[in-house]
Design a protein around this ligand. Sequence first.
Ligand code: M6R
Length: 608
Amino acid sequence: MCGIVGAVGKRNIVSILVNGLLRLEYRGYDSAGLVVVHDGKLNRVRSAGRVAELGEKSANTYGETGIAHTRWATHGIPSERNAHPHMSRDLISVVHNGIIENYEALRTELSAQGYVFTSDTDTEVIAHLIHSHYQSGGTLLAATQAALTRLVGAYAIGVVAANNPHQLIAARKGSPLLLGVGEGEHFVASDMSALLQVTKNVVYLEEGDVVEVNLADYRIFDAKGAEVTRPVHVSELDNDSVELGEYQHYMQKEIHEQPQALANTLEAVCNSQSLVPGIFGADANAIFPQVESILILACGTSHHAGMVARYWLEEIAGIPCTVEIASEYRYRTSVPNPKTLVVTISQSGETADTLAALNHAKDTGHTFTLAICNVPESAIIRQSKLRLLTRAGPEIGVASTKAFTTQLAALFLLTLVLAKLRGRVSAEREQQFLHELRHLPIAVQKVLALEPQIAELSKHFADKHHALFLGRGLHYPIALEGALKLKEISYIHAEAYPAGELKHGPLALVDEDMPVVSVAPNDALLEKLKSNLQEVKARGGELFVFADADTHIRSEEGIHILQMPEHAGFLSPILHTVPLQLLAYYVALQKGTDVDKPRNLAKSVTVE
Ligand code: M6R
């Protein structure tokens, strides 16, 4: 979603702003813009197209202080006039990520004061509000703080003033923003990838923080206005981790990074002889023995990871588990059990619905909270008592891939730790599971070797408008994930069903134009699944079966088989995810879509 970059330096910072926006492109956007302060004036450049176009348009612009933005439209169509930065009377300029819920009332009030609105955005009220305070004297910091007290909603903002060179004010509440600490220059950005070009030193701003960014220093004020000190971290990211390298797309790169991402996520446990609660944080030793049930809250792909975990937690750990879509849970009246462990799963750790669901759970009385997340210091991590970081590295492609498989690995660890505490895993079985986990990166590598065959299979999908995905048990969520990947990046309508549900409705859809993809692991439900596949074949459907060895499902007219290298038992969902990711990727290539930035979607969904 919207991306923010800001800089205060003693050199022309335009290229820093543009390069920073290029790094944030993956978040999803429809227009871009920047403003710099120079000679007592605000110079604004905006583009309704890509950041590259903004770069060309601003090639001759000079400024040592500025803010820049990629916009993902919420209020007002994608257009140059709605692109940020927004201005107030050529004095104040603002970029904003988030949604101001009371913008209509503020707009009426500010219009009555004579402010003229030139866009349809909620953001423009922030610029005029700050202007209304600033014009009556005082500092830009004080004017911004005063304006923020009037805002209801979520925001990360950057603010500059024409008569205030070498200073910018930034603030966050509900949307991510961090401060980059340089030498004699400072920066702000929505995420670290935008700042790796200039610094690795980062301060993660807390909810409600306002920061005054100057050339030589910066001052941070908390939600109550008190000046505070926040730790400076050295980011572990490096520029290479956000480069495409030999790959055509980030999605392809990230699919191929899965063996390493899994090895990194499992590093701590794979090098040890046994599993201990401490990997989830110091408090886990006290909390886990009290846990009676699990409630998993997440969105999209992360929700699918939770659905797989439910099968593991109930079968292996014998613990009741509910999985809910965060955006539903947050508005539902539910009955809390204080002995429930609330697990949020999120790649970004900033997803507004998941964050709100976590807070809703806490408001209803839950105190045991655990975050499984890929971004250290993200809001979800900071607001949870326990955490396990998936160490997938930055995920740039909007379609989540390596984050999903590492979430599954983390959730499997949770299952094993709880199962052990409940006396459901013998020492021998624990060693066996650890062995299987250590083998996982190699097993995934073998699946990746099927890429040429999957590329070939994908040709059958390019002219199709619909596809059906089937799975059973543990692999039903994998069918859901496969369908989500396909629809997200190829724009082919795809639906997933538990295979047993076919005859209760979706079978009516099956004909030669509806390819049916089936996940067919060699597990207890295999024979049932085979019967379901026959039902499809009998109706003239064309089947694409991702089958484990020894399933004895053979290629024949109307049945295409992709033979998986090995069966991974409980870890099979991780292996079976990979060919479905590759299938979606190659179908999207055939269709010529924007694989890494599919239309209408954003990487971090930081608004509701
Ligand atoms: O960052 P999160 O894991 O919280 O994001 C949740 C969803 O927005 C995300 O998984 C989305 O469904 C992906 N684009 C799917 O590929």
